[in-house]
Design a protein around this ligand. Sequence first.
Ligand SMILES: [Zn+2]
Length: 437
Amino acid sequence: MQLHDYQQLLVDKTLQLLLKPKTVKGLRALIVAVPGSGKTVFAADLIQKLIQQGNRILFIVDREELVTQTANKLRAFQLRPGFIKAGYPETFDRAVQVASIQTLSARASWRSLSFDVVIWDEAHTTAFSQIAQELINKIYFRSHHIGLTGSPWRNCSQKGLNHIFDHQLNAPLPSELIQRKFLVPFRYFTLPSADLETISIEDDGDYNPRKLAVVCNKPYLVKHLVQQWHSLAYGHRTIAFAVDIDHSYAIAKAFEAQNIPSAVVHSQTPKRERQQIYKALYERKTLILSSCEVLTKGFDLPDISCVLMARPTQSKSLYFQMLGRGSRIAPEKSHCLLLDQAGNFNKYGALEDLDAEALCMVRSRNRHRAGSERYKQCPICFEQHRLTQPICSCGYCFTSQRQDANAALVEAYPQLMQQLTALKLSTEKLQKIGGLK
Ligand SMILES: [Zn+2]
């Protein structure tokens, strides 16, 4: 398989980093590659080269179903992976083993194996489990550990990933990938969201899901979402992110009621049925696929050109993962729409605004600039624009707002002058009384 120039460069840089003289502790490197930049292709090529150099690799994914998916991608690189996964026979002689974090926790047979390099897929989640800590700090302390992530922020935590990783390498920024046409640009629309003020935050740092469902799964909100889709995204192949399974069904039902073919996929949907649902979406027999968490990872249909976000989150990672589902390029796809009913865009901003500082694994509160500080909303069609944009694509002219502000100033001018004169007079009076100059 042919790699893009930037993917090749990233592989070379990573290999170079691994050449550093080995100390007792292996290297800890984080590779940051946003969704759509081809993280798995990069990983497969890296693994191939590492195996050629005689290394044994452990590749860890965070969900059982991603084991087979990852293994299939490795096979495209002529690799023959072994599995550490429930229901699969162990073939420990293979140079690369793909393991789910769950099976690693549940089994012990792999503990006698030695690995030169351990690769952590979705490192912002996998590298924090108890078993991960044991692998990194004890069992494979001397091995190199490479973390892969598209969102180098710990869920809802102010802590970064820098207490695990010592080095960071970045794939090109989203803005560059969009400019080079490896990703499509977005158009952002924000719709009024539910009132989230009263929702408590759980230990994991995100909203209490039960309470979130109560405020978000309201018929008027669902109805508004469908209406806005009709006026802004009609005909687009769409994925909707809901708060929970009931909310997913409520959204799909509301679309169905308008004769828009819709489906729901959730954690309990059998694998075969899930494949049929994805196929229907691919063939445009379904236009709306509604889900809660299932589609954030591992689902890859480039033709998706609209993301409905009805799931508020305190996790910047989750937001960019949801958004990233729509950023892939596809024939006849010029851009992707975001219809955000969750208040997430105002918190986390646009994909193309993720700069090197924002993608740095060292997290600090003041690094983050909210979307609402960089964008203004069109009052007619809800599209978000940069502050300097004069006219919305719907025709609304923002300059009138500035003129309004100027007009207000002109109106207030005589009054301001009066106040200033009065202030000057009273200062003079005070100076006279106090004998001040
Ligand atoms: Zn507009």
